[in-house]
Design a protein. Structure first.
Length: 184
């Protein structure tokens, strides 16, 4: 059971209602995480803002792979279920690519480098090595794209922490919390 209060629909401030409407239109439902965030419209706005901006630098499947890698690293069951659902339903990712994303890899070598780098950013608390940067650059990422990878990783780190603190009730099918790791 979620540990933070979810405001009743009539208690959601107007600005937050508009954001929730946009989320619902995009996903065909309003996930419990966003319903919980509606109790603090500033946090809801911050989370949804961070969602859209990096789209200019990274394609959707790369963002999904990063989301899966970060959520697996942080043990966020809610986020793993949500990102698996979104990557499957809206991202067209295969089950194999989703499993690889969770392990910090991908069927696509460039996307694998982004997911691996994002996982390393989280595991090292941003203290990545020169070799980590060289690997992501060697995969073809520019410095502006590397900054976007970090921003996307931090965005998912934020929602992982929120959902782990809240123990957000699942509103989609759960996924197996264990995934094999892919060697570096």
């Amino acid at each position: 059971m979620s540990r933070l209060n979810v405001p009743a629909p009539e208690d959601v401030p107007a600005g937050a209602q508009q954001i929730l409407g946009g989320v619902g239109a995009q996903l065909d439902f309003v996930p419990n995480m966003f319903r919980t965030l509606a109790s603090n419209p500033a946090v809801l706005e911050a989370v949804t803002s961070l969602q859209g901006t990096p789209a200019r630098f990274l394609d959707a499947r790369t963002r999904h792979s990063i989301a899966l890698a970060v959520s697996q690293t942080n043990g966020c069951g809610y986020c793993l279920a949500m990102h698996t659902h979104v990557a499957t339903e809206f991202g067209g990712m295969s089950g194999e690519d989703i499993a690889l994303g969770r392990a910090g890899s991908s069927v696509d070598p460039q996307r694998a480098a982004a997911a691996r780098f994002a996982r390393q950013v989280v595991e090292s608390r941003g203290q990545v090595s020169d070799a980590d940067l060289a690997d992501v650059r060697d995969a073809g990422y520019t410095d502006p794209q590397i900054l976007a990878i970090v921003a996307v990783a931090v965005r998912f780190l934020l929602t992982n922490f929120i959902n782990n603190v809240n123990q957000t009730d699942l509103d989609i099918p759960a996924v197996d919390p264990v995934v094999a790791t892919v060697p570096r």
